[in-house]
Design a binder for this molecule. Structure first.
Ligand SMILES: C[S@@+](CC[C@H](N)C(=O)[O-])C[C@H]1O[C@@H](n2cnc3c(N)ncnc32)[C@H](O)[C@@H]1O
Length: 230
């Protein structure tokens, strides 16, 4: 069953932003891989990013069952799995494994980031790329100072109260879903993310991968790592 919260996520899909995330990955693939065939997205969510990879054999995985169920409608040709990125096991090997929209920040504790790097390494073909983005401390500092606002979105309104404590970021979100004129239903969501120093992450990646680039974007609030399996 698809939950009411997931239905809200579906009605608020930002296709433009998803395309920007996909393009960032496609640009790097073009630069560093000649002819990729099999591509896996970790934390595929509703499949809106993977939908831009139709010329490849598409694979995706996510922890959330109802996200995978919804993603099947958006990327019907993809092979999708309900698994965690830190210990996934898929029979295939991939030329590209990527993750966008800071999914890795939802993985905890840090040893499971390292397990994600290991699992990805084990599922890549030689010369394959592991590409993912993450929030930086600069973004945490920004969120700490941010004023909470009620914002309009396609399903009604959203109130995002982010709490930063040390390297932990907690999203307390309240959705006001429009039922009809002046009548709203409340849905609450709460989850945490963890932000680690770029240097620490680079050190962990370097144990197995050759780190080709750490590309800073969104004014340094995020970093995208591009790594190669040698
Ligand atoms: C912000 S969404 C991004 C979805 C998609 N990548 C996109 O850009 O539209 C983060 C996703 O990561 C998934 N996720 C969080 N922890 C995960 C884990 N340990 N393994 C797999 N997926 C995970 C969540 O369920 C969610 O779908």
């Amino acid at each position: 069953m698809v939950t009411d919260l997931t239905k809200i996520w579906i009605s608020n899909i930002d296709k433009k932003a998803a395309k920007v995330r996909a393009m960032r990955i496609l640009k790097v693939i073009k630069k560093y891989h000649k002819r990729p065939k099999n591509i896996l997205e970790l934390g595929v969510g509703l499949g809106v990013v993977l939908a831009h990879f139709k010329k490849y054999n598409m694979y995706g995985l996510d922890l959330k069952k109802d996200f995978i169920k919804s993603a099947k409608n958006i990327v019907p040709n993809a092979k999708l799995f309900i698994q965690s990125m830190h210990n996934f096991k898929i029979r295939n090997r991939f030329d590209i494994i990527f993750s966008v929209h800071e999914c890795i920040n939802e993985v905890k504790p840090y040893k499971n980031w390292e397990a994600t790097f290991k699992s990805s390494y084990n599922h890549l073909n030689e010369g394959g790329l592991f590409i993912f983005d993450m929030r930086t401390k600069k973004h945490l500092e920004f969120l700490k100072k941010q004023t909470v606002k009620l914002e309009r979105n396609p399903s009604g309104y959203v109130y995002d109260n982010t709490v930063v404590k040390g390297h932990k970021l907690t999203w307390n979100t309240i959705y006001f879903k429009r039922i009809k004129k002046d009548l709203y239903k409340i849905e609450k969501d709460r989850y945490s993310e963890f932000v680690y120093p770029v240097s620490k992450v680079k050190k962990s990646l370097s144990k197995d991968f050759k780190v080709l680039e750490a590309i800073s974007f969104e004014k340094g609030h995020k970093v995208m790592f591009v790594c190669r399996k040698l």
